[in-house]
Write a protein that binds this ligand. Structure first.
Ligand code: PEP
Ligand code: MN
Length: 337
């Protein structure tokens, strides 16, 4: 159950009400929500009935949510959430948003040239990793702070918003200075300390699905961020591990309509990691939008074969341009733009 406190309730009244709940063994977690304080009830209502809670003068209303991910669920919010990035750019509305760029920021020239081309191709957001979660410790680990600096510069020059991955909870403050969207990678989907801290920021967080994760585990991970009061969560399907060895991962498009049914949060699809193969990215981009995704996250490189990471899945700018055009037509067919 979720308790909506009356708008503008004085702090003293809220404290009084929470003491009353605690005395009756009702355990709650407070969450800030659109200028209103909510109390998410953990478990049952203790010794009180829903009626008794509702009758309290501090309470506006209560809401029963029959899902473990209460704030992420459609019962909490029926209408789709629209996440604002910056300069009027919104994700989750009628317009499909495409984020593209290299797996890793490699040099200043590379990311600046990419930004210009990604923009000319018709994309809205520039991606680029500076802290890379590589399988092997001897692989290129990203440029770190200087990479963030180059990415921001490329964003500024092109006018594109930027997204980059955060690996370590200790880097939140640093990355916050450089990015418009925090990306949480598949390997960190269940890094709860990181998710909790990202609940305290107000910038959007793109949460990638763990490559092993069930839909419920994915939504519960998003719930950690929402419970902190950050409602700007973007869910991203990026492929899961299956028995198929011909592709790097299996892009699970079932999840798109499933999430659209279960949650109000925007859904993004990453066909690059989802396939691991550059020649499959275009078809899966079209399919993702046809399935109802709100946007795409694509790895594109000015010289794909020279990518320092994930070169097999990197597409060229020409291919990206084709994708944007084709996605436009699919978007129109499903009443999006
Ligand atoms: C990436 O976007 O480059 C990345 C590392 O993604 P994932 O976490 O999905 O592997
Ligand atoms: Mn990558």
């Amino acid at each position: 159950m979720i308790i909506f406190l009356k708008k503008g309730l004085p702090l003293s009244k809220e404290k009084e009400f929470r003491t009353f709940l605690a005395q009756r063994n009702v355990e709650v977690r407070p969450v800030e929500h659109e200028e209103q304080e909510l109390l998410v009830v953990l478990g049952r209502c203790g010794e009180l009935t829903r009626r008794e809670i509702e009758k309290n003068a501090s309470v506006e209303k209560t809401l029963d949510v029959d899902r473990p991910y209460r704030l992420a669920s459609k019962s909490f919010r029926e209408t789709p959430s629209v996440v604002s990035v910056k300069n009027g750019l919104k994700i989750g509305g009628k317009r499909i948003i495409i984020m593209a760029g290299p797996c890793s920021v490699e040099t200043k020239e590379q990311i600046i040239e990419t930004a210009k081309k990604v923009k000319d191709a018709g994309c809205q957001i520039l991606r680029g990793g500076a802290f890379k979660p590589r399988t092997g410790p001897y692989d290129f680990q990203g440029l770190g702070k200087i990479g963030l600096h180059f990415l921001k510069e490329a964003g500024k020059r092109s006018g594109l918003a930027v997204i980059t991955e955060i690996l370590d909870v200790r880097d939140i403050e640093l990355i916050d200075k450089y990015t418009d969207i925090f990306q949480v990678g598949t390997r960190n989907m269940q890094n709860y300390p990181l998710l909790r801290e990202l609940g305290k920021v107000r910038k959007p967080v793109l949460l990638k699905r763990g490559m092993w994760a069930t839909y419920k585990e994915f939504l519960l991970a998003a719930e950690y961020i929402l419970l902190g009061g950050n409602k700007n969560v973007l869910l991203c399907e990026r492929g899961i591990r299956t028995h198929v060895s011909e592709t790097r991962f299996t892009l699970d498009l079932n999840i798109v309509p499933y999430l659209k049914h279960e949650t109000h949060l925007p859904v993004i699809v990453d066909p690059s990691h989802g396939t691991g193969r550059a020649n499959l990215v275009r078809a899966m981009s079209r399919a993702a939008i046809a399935a109802g995704a709100d946007g795409l996250l694509i790895e594109a490189h000015v010289d794909p074969r020279k990518s320092l990471s994930d070169s097999d899945q990197a597409i060229s700018i020409q291919e990206l341009t084709k994708i944007v055009k084709e996605v436009q037509r699919v978007a129109n067919a499903v009443d999006r733009s």
